[in-house]
Ligand binder design. Structure first.
Ligand code: KG4
Ligand code: ZN
Length: 384
């Protein structure tokens, strides 16, 4: 008998619902993004996010059922994100899921959003007929998180979709998340929101032969030096270095203003912005991205070596980044460690990963209690 789980996700600025069979086969996955609402503020506005989740939750769930050609009667359980995330946003999905589960008389499984990101990697690997070996080092890197975990199987590990994980936190950002640094630098340079995708596409347009001239000019950012835990991250320094560089070079102002006007007119595609970027701006973008990517890759690989990881799992919005993927691939292969990424659709917030993460908990009987509440700071690591 297969188990169909309806996953519901509303922790940040995506309202999502999906139906996943036995934790691995995606029947449908619907994501309503709020990008257009938050864009003009350059970041997620919590009140607006909650209001939009309220508007979207019912149609998004209906669409997930319709795409899977199912009705509520065909659903065996509901999995919902309990945290971490924005409290008001979480409450919309959680309250809806509670009422729905009670109404259709099916079990409700609370899911940790971060655990969902780990399952996204396994979902994708399954589609390609692969299974990441454990223990693994997992980097969750998004607009809200930059975290490194040691992941191992919890109890008997069949390697199948029912596998439950145990997490040990190795490190995390002390200030900005990597995606947040992308978004803030994009804002300084008037490249639109979110910053990650456009910087990803503009960075390779820089002239790589200029790097030695750039380093004399102070245009090379990083490496990030931090005291203490070598698996912690810090990205606010790189962002501030970009800010100071721009302040010291007022010659960038005219093109920043030109791009701001383009954005105001709705011309925000990379093809619109590229002609408005000087070679020096492209160098700056490329150097910023290399500093962030090298830091993420170096610390993750060092953690993988120290913990004897057999695989590296990279998930979250920034996992879509081309340079990050290429650098991880080229540096991990000689180490004999395989690196796994979700597709772009499964990297960013979605509900398929929530339904997949709910499956082992459903089998283990970890169901919601009647006092289930949103947990904005929920953790996944065992607290010593
Ligand atoms: O996981 P996500 O959709 O939402 C959360 O933050 O939870 O991640 C969004 C973040 C944004 O900061 C965005 O700029 C970044 O991921 N991002 C990227 C890329 N695509 C999205 N960063 C770098 N390169 C990308 N291709
Ligand atoms: Zn996320």
């Amino acid at each position: 008998m297969s188990t169909r789980i309806l996953g519901i996700e509303s922790s940040c600025d995506e309202t999502a619902a999906a139906i996943v069979v036995d934790g691995r086969e995606i029947l449908s996955s619907v994501v309503a993004s709020q990008l257009d609402i938050h864009r003009k503020y350059g970041g997620v506005v919590p009140e607006l996010a909650s209001r939009e989740h309220l508007r979207q939750i019912v149609p998004v769930v209906r669409e997930a059922l319709a795409q899977a050609r199912l009705t509520f009667a065909d659903i065996d359980a509901v999995g919902v994100t309990q945290g971490p995330g924005l409290v008001g946003a979480l409450l919309v999905g959680l309250t809806y899921a509670k009422v729905l589960a009670a109404e259709i008389g099916k079990p409700l499984v609370p899911v940790n959003h971060l655990e969902g990101h780990v399952h996204a990697v396994f979902l994708e690997a399954h589609l390609a007929g692969r299974t990441p070996a454990l223990p693994a080092t997992c980097l969750i890197v998004s607009g809200g998180h930059t975290l490194l975990y040691h992941v191992q199987a919890s109890g008997e590990d069949s390697g199948g979709p029912a596998r439950a994980f145990q997490f040990r936190r190795l490190g995390g950002t002390r200030d900005d998340a990597a995606g947040e640094a992308y978004d803030k630098v994009a804002r300084l340079l008037a490249l639109g929101y979110p910053g990650g995708p456009v910087i990803d596409q503009l960075a390779p347009r820089a002239d790589a032969t200029k790097s030695s001239a750039n380093s004399k000019d102070g245009l090379n950012f990083g490496p990030v030096k931090i005291k203490g835990n070598p698996y912690d991250f810090s990205f606010s320094g790189i962002k501030t270095a970009v800010l100071y560089y721009l302040r010291a070079h007022p010659e960038f102002n005219a093109e920043i203003e030109a791009r701001r006007e383009a954005l105001q007119q709705g011309r925000r595609k990379t093809a619109d912005l590229l002609p408005l970027c000087s070679p020096r701006t492209l160098d700056l973008i490329s150097n910023f991205q290399s500093a962030v990517v090298n830091d993420l890759v170096t610390r993750t690989l060092a953690a993988a070596t120290e913990t004897g990881a057999r695989a590296i799992l990279v998930s979250g919005g920034v996992a879509a980044n081309s340079e990050l993927r290429n650098t991880f691939q080229s540096k991990s292969t000689p180490m004999g460690v395989t690196v796994f990424f979700p597709s772009r659709a499964l990297s960013t917030d979605n509900a398929a990963m929530i339904a997949a993460a709910a499956y082992p908990h459903l089998l283990a009987g970890d169901l919601a209690k009647s006092d289930l509440n949103a947990e904005p700071n929920l953790r996944i690591e065992a607290v010593p």
